[in-house]
Design a protein around this ligand. Sequence first.
Ligand code: AMW
Length: 150
Amino acid sequence: MATIRFGQHAVKNAVVFLQTELSFALVNRKPVVPGHVLVCPLRPVERFRDLRADEVADLFITTQRVASVVEKHFGASSLTVAIQDGPEAGQTVKHLHVHVLPRKAGDFERNDSIYDELQKHDKEDEDVPSKWRCEEEMANEASDLRLLLS
Ligand code: AMW
């Protein structure tokens, strides 16, 4: 099966729901909230500073497009858009990615707790596949989003 590189991972095309000239978007195997997706440059650079201007433009135009669709599709009314740029900022996958997280009233008791969750959600279970979502669930979500973006 065809794959696309996401840092140290080779992710199946089935979980990728959008590809542009310079970027791609995939569903998350361990979402912090429903609809938590990732937008990445196709070139597997580690840090934000490593992107060329055309890659920054494409990445953010793609993020804007994806963010609008996931906010609506997951019945949210706001968004958290974040980059953990470097290990001290919580980055585990050494391939720059923008986190897009649909937000709803009351989703966290303390609104900014989402940043604590984001920082730790994939650390403990990084090597525990049983804690990840199943491939079928991820592929179904990607298929719905692909349709909405087509
Ligand atoms: W980082 O902590 O590097 O800012 O975020 C990495 C993100 O990538 C996490 O949200 C994690 O759940 C997700 N992730 C890691 N590997 C995969 C994968 N193979 N498929 C989908 N999502 C992944």
